[in-house]
Design a protein around this ligand. Structure first.
Ligand SMILES: NC(=O)c1ccc[n+]([C@@H]2O[C@H](COP(=O)([O-])OP(=O)(O)OC[C@H]3O[C@@H](n4cnc5c(N)ncnc54)[C@H](OP(=O)(O)O)[C@@H]3O)[C@@H](O)[C@H]2O)c1
Length: 290
């Protein structure tokens, strides 16, 4: 398959390029190659390259910044997806796009399923929801809702910050009352590949690691995996002022994906593999004398 990956230098984009690179003809596009908010450039590039699949990993991800920059958020998270979907439709390509748990209100008492009504409480959430809807303009589309991504090549996620702090003997302040389902980018990339192989019914799928936790629970698991005792300080969501409102309970159920033959590993398993990979990378780079 010929696969165009937009946002190829991002956390997930890097993992997608790596996952598909060896078996497919992959065209990785960074922002410098293609700004997806430029509709005419999107149409021209897609028409010229004629990919079978477009995997869109771009996003305006500044959740707090979006409150004051709604136009940029809607251009990046919604109008850009519309341009990609229409360009994909013109050449009958499949569009894969990634959504977020921030489209939900966070008031649930069980993991959200795909048919739960979206009620975003932030500009970012609204812009991402519109992007999901626009993705359906492609002739075939998959929207994979992910959450709390970690494991990208630049190691800059909240999970990385927790790992780095515990490794360095620093205290960790973590929400004890925010429930999440973290998503390892390599597992999301694998699921994307299996989805494109199996081609279940197009539409929205929750694509997160299995199980739920709080950020404090995740920090405790990092402590266990690293075998280091840490100064973990529980924090309540209500005690931290933030510009954008975030869903407090935002676990997603991936049962629909499992029913399509794509079960997701648990977040604990994903975290252990990621920490082991980071350790291996450290040993390799210090052993190489660089
Ligand atoms: N990170 C999370 O925890 C999380 C949670 C829920 C959903 N998601 C969704 O998952 C997907 C991947 O997120 P991520 O964490 O991998 O994002 P990321 O690391 O911020 O990467 C996004 C990439 O898109 C590029 N980009 C942004 N605007 C662009 C534009 N107009 N044209 C071309 N490229 C552009 C960025 O380039 P620059 O570096 O130059 O800006 C960056 O390389 C997104 O749809 C995101 O909304 C992420």
């Amino acid at each position: 398959m010929r696969i165009m990956v937009t946002g190829a230098a991002g956390q997930l984009g890097g993992a997608i390029v790596q996952r598909f690179g060896s078996a497919h003809d992959v065209l990785p596009l960074t922002r410098g190659d293609l700004d997806v908010t430029r509709e005419a450039d999107v149409a021209r590039t897609v028409a010229a390259e004629r990919p079978d699949v477009i995997i869109n990993c771009t996003a305006y991800n500044d959740v707090d910044g979006a409150e004051a920059h709604a136009r940029e958020a809607f251009e990046g998270n919604a109008l850009a997806v519309l341009a990609l979907a229409r360009a994909a439709r013109d050449i009958s390509a499949t569009l894969v796009h990634y959504g977020t748990d921030f489209i939900f209100d966070g008031l649930a008492d069980r993991p959200y399923i795909e048919s739960d009504p979206p009620r975003p409480a932030s500009v970012y959430g609204m812009s991402k929801l519109l992007g999901e809807w626009f993705a359906a303009d492609a002739s075939a589309h998959y929207v994979l809702r992910v959450e709390s991504l970690f494991g990208g090549p630049r190691a800059r996620s909240s999970v990385d910050r927790i790992i780095d702090a515990i490794s360095g003997g620093q205290p960790v302040r973590a929400f004890s009352d925010r429930t999440v389902t973290p998503s390892y980018v390599n597992d999301v990339a694998d699921a994307t590949a299996r989805l494109l192989d199996g081609r279940p019914e197009p539409g929205v799928y929750h694509c997160v690691n299995s199980g739920t936790t709080t950020w404090l629970g995740l920090a405790e698991e990092v402590e266990r995996v690293l075998g280091r005792r840490a100064d973990l300080q529980p924090v309540a969501v209500a005690s931290v002022p933030m510009k954008a409102q975030r869903p407090q309970y935002c676990a997603l159920s991936n049962r629909k994906l499992a029913a399509a033959g794509i079960p997701m590993p648990t977040w604990q398993d994903a975290l252990a593999r990621y920490v082991a990979g980071r350790r291996q990378a450290t040993v390799t780079s210090s052993g190489s004398g660089n």
